[in-house]
Design a protein around this ligand. Structure first.
Ligand SMILES: [Zn+2]
Length: 335
């Protein structure tokens, strides 16, 4: 078997796309761009393709030498013919989004079919399922057979390993724990439900509850200045988040929760103690001894997750030793 010379990795979230290129020796370049949510439903596939071309240009790699592309993306997916389309409610606003939040009327994104022609090997997985793979190969979960990765960001997502198996489900949608019902509160989610975990705690929700013009960062800043309203909002969000974890633990009997996502990673010092305290107050027979910790792969988790989908075994061994994310170049922002 011949080994690939270069791999490309794409990470698609609710607000950004990152692209990176790697050789066996390490990550060559990383690009970051706000996600294109306007135009037709091929906007994001085109954006991805252009970012990979730009990555190649900047690192002087011939695009034809990319032998595999790993895509870690917000989902769910649906089957459409031989491909899966992305039907992520925070990207496809035509699914169920409240009209005030809509930037497009897409009902699906043909990511796989659009990109497949250009890459000999393409693997796409839900971002949190890909993160489970990354954590089990390179992160906090090496050697652990029961754990759940949870992202707290623009949305809430989860990926689960149970008894050493990564859970995928029939369409690769296992772990959409952001849409579990938690409350009768009339809080609207992009998915069309109200009172689900994401509708109660996602970054933009925290911001909106504080002030119609506020950012999530503003709320945490106010929290740090002991501002009462911000404290109440963040305590409440942590309360629901921990209840979400407890519900997942009651279902899966897990050993470890690894947390990531921009809201969590930027405010880990505030959120982790609040979550741990609340989580330990859940059904103690089941919650006892379960660990909750932040990812050690930091802002490179999304990239490593996408690479993990297509890494050849010899690269895995090499990367476990060399930890290329620790010496990866800073992301270049493209507007
Ligand atoms: Zn939802």
């Amino acid at each position: 078997m011949t080994h690939p010379s270069y791999l490309a990795a794409i990470d698609i979230g609710g607000t950004k796309v990152t692209a990176s290129l790697a050789s066996k020796e390490g990550i060559l370049v990383k690009l970051y761009q706000p996600i294109h949510l306007e135009g037709n439903q091929e906007s994001i596939p085109k954006q991805v393709h252009n970012l990979i071309k730009e990555s190649c240009r900047l690192s002087q790699v011939n695009p034809q030498n990319i032998s595999a592309l790993g895509i870690s993306t917000a989902s769910p997916f649906q089957k459409k013919g031989p491909h899966r389309v992305v039907v992520a409610p925070n990207l496809c606003h035509g699914i169920a989004s409240p009209s005030s939040l809509q930037k497009n009327n897409w009902k699906e994104i043909p990511l796989e079919s659009y990109l497949q022609a250009n890459y000999p090997q393409l693997k796409m997985d839900n971002d949190c399922i890909a993160a489970v793979k990354a954590e089990s190969l390179f992160g906090e979960a090496q050697g652990i057979h029961n754990f759940v990765y949870v992202t707290w960001s623009t949305g809430i997502g989860m990926g689960c390993m149970v008894d050493g198996q990564i859970l995928h489900g029939k369409n690769g949608n296992a772990g959409h724990g952001g849409h579990i019902y938690l409350s009768e509160e009339d809080s609207n989610c992009f998915c069309g439900q109200s009172g689900d975990l994401e509708s109660l705690v996602a970054g933009p929700v925290i911001a909106r509850k504080y002030h119609s013009e506020a950012t999530t960062k503003d709320v945490f800043q106010a929290f740090r200045q002991r501002e009462k309203k911000a404290q109440k909002i963040i305590h409440r969000a942590s309360h629901f988040f921990a209840r979400g974890l407890a519900s997942i633990n009651n279902l899966l009997d897990t050993q470890l929760f690894i947390l990531g996502g921009s809201v969590f990673l930027k405010n880990q010092d505030i959120l982790l103690p609040l979550i741990e305290k609340e989580f330990q107050e859940s059904f103690s027979v089941l919650s006892q001894g379960v660990q909750v910790k932040g990812t050690s792969l930091g802002t490179y988790l999304g990239d490593i997750a996408a690479y993990s989908l297509v890494l050849p075994p010899t690269w895995i061994q090499e990367w476990q030793k060399s930890k290329p994310w620790q010496k990866a170049p800073q992301a270049i922002t493209i507007n």
